[in-house]
Write a protein that binds this ligand. Sequence first.
Ligand code: SF4
Length: 385
Amino acid sequence: MRYATQAQTESLYIHWPFCPYKCHFCPFVALAGQDAHMPEYHKALISELTRFAAAQEHQMPLKTIYIGGGTPSTWPDQLLLDMFDTLRNTFDISLISEITLEVNPGTVRPEQIAVWQQAGISRISIGVQSLNDQVLQNLNRMQSASQVRQLLKQLAGNFNSISVDIIVGLPGVSEQEWKDFIAELVTWPIMHVSMYFLSVHEGTPLYFRVARKQITLPPDEGIVDLYYWSVEALKNGGFMQYEVSSFAKPGFESQHNQMYWSRKPFKGIGIGAWSFDGKARIQNEKIIEKYIKAQQEGLDAVCSGEELTQEAVRLEQLMLGLRCMRGAVISEVMDGLSQEKQEEFIHRLTALEEKKIISVQEKRIFLAPTSLALENEVARYLSVE
Ligand code: SF4
């Protein structure tokens, strides 16, 4: 399956998979101890990018670029600048509004700040997760609270759009400790917070350690209560919630993520990267050697692709509408349903409304503030396929 060249693509995701260690909870395509592949992988990225651009009829104007990983702050300076030269020579980035780089504490040299500024990076996303060194190190994440604070000091004044990722529900973090963490976080020079629940993905070391009872996860109810407490605390700290996991000071909402949530086309470059051309979701090869070889031979390195059925589109619209504060549009979600399914849908919608799990306003469905953590369950219940 190939990405449709006529897609109105305005966003790129570029995947840098190298990490200095592999966190036990990590579900991403991330490689520890494989830095020797960096130069060849970089060349392969350039090759995928330039072939993609060459297939377009016109020079493509980009609005957002997101460099994720992995740990993109391990991208060697000269190679990163070379990537940005290629981006500038290949695409029209004169009107770009957001270029994000993910960085991890403990991987940043002071001189990188100037390199990132020279490259044109406008937004930094830091993987903080927790300030409890022991808890993180027990999950093989080798960073410390002092590295987090040091990094914030380095970045403040150099980037005005800084985001942090945090995980609620890490085993070993007490309730009071989490509350103290949020109280400190709202004082940081940051504009955006992404707060995720800890997910135990099958096949990860965390999954096996939980199965062997070497790690006990905190109870779900306690975590959900802490999530709701944090939503309020972040709001009081000036961070408005605009998505189930996303909070921003006014004007600092992630434009790249909002593009995903609006189901706009984007091209993913690099191993394991997903693309969406408006009709199909396509994933690149996940094995680095195969990806590099395919790029050297000028071939597409796709490992899976699926054209979305009407049912799949409807479920995506429902899920995305619910998780964003704009709500799911009822006419979109009902489009194409048989009379019988429409009746079933309305029946379920009414039941959820009566239980105050959702509200319906101006022909859109919204999660009630006390149901934000139920987004998946509500979407699946309302999906009457
Ligand atoms: S730093 Fe991020 S990408 Fe790398 S192993 Fe940890 S969670 Fe995965």
